[in-house]
Design a protein around this ligand. Structure first.
Ligand SMILES: N=c1c2ncn([C@@H]3O[C@H](COP(=O)(O)OP(=O)(O)OP(=O)(O)O)[C@@H](O)[C@H]3O)c2ncn1[C@@H]1O[C@H](COP(=O)(O)O)[C@@H](O)[C@H]1O
Length: 112
C-alpha cells in the first residue's frame, strides 16, 4: 500500500517552491528554466506529458500511469503559477463541483 502524504500540505509546499523558482537561476532550476523559455514551453510540456499518460494507459502500465500523471500534474501546476494561480484555486473549483452530477451540469447548460 502506498504511503500517501497529506495532499493539501504537499500541494502547499510545492506551490511555495514554484513561486520561489520564478526568481531562481535557470541554470540551477528546471522550473526557472521553463519560465525563462516562456509560456509556450510550459504548454508544450503539458501536451507531451498528456500524450505520455495516454500511451501508458493504453499499454496498461500502472506504474507509468502514475509517473506520467505526476509529470502532467506538475507541469499543470507550473502553468497555473505562470498565471499567478495555484493548486488552491483548482481545489476550490473541484470543491464547488462536489456532489454536482456531471450529467445534470451538462443538461443545465443545454437548457440555457
Ligand atoms: N515535481 C517536480 C517534477 N516532476 C517532473 N519534473 C521534471 O520534468 C521533466 C519532465 O520531462 P520529461 O519526462 O519529458 O524528461 P526530459 O527528457 O528530462 O524533459 P525535457 O528535457 O524535454 O524537459 C524532467 O526534467 C523532470 O525532472 C519535475 N521537476 C521538479 N519538480 C518539483 O519542483 C521542484 C523545483 O524543481 P527545480 O526548479 O528543478 O529546482 C522540485 O523540488 C520538485 O519538488
Amino acid at each position: 500500500m502506498t504511503n500517501t502524504p497529506n495532499s493539501t500540505d504537499l500541494l502547499a509546499r510545492l506551490t511555495e517552491v514554484l513561486e520561489e523558482r520564478k526568481q531562481a537561476d535557470p541554470e540551477q532550476s528546471y522550473v526557472a528554466k521553463l519560465h525563462k523559455k516562456g509560456q509556450d514551453a510550459i504548454l508544450k510540456k503539458i501536451g507531451e506529458e498528456a500524450c505520455e499518460l495516454v500511451m501508458a494507459s493504453k499499454d496498461q502500465d500502472k506504474t507509468k500511469v502514475v509517473y506520467e500523471t505526476a509529470d502532467l500534474w506538475f507541469h499543470s501546476l507550473v502553468a497555473l503559477s505562470w498565471h499567478g494561480l495555484t493548486a488552491a484555486d483548482v481545489l476550490a473549483e473541484l470543491d464547488r463541483r462536489m456532489g454536482l452530477s456531471g450529467l445534470a451540469e451538462k443538461a443545465s447548460r443545454k437548457e440555457q
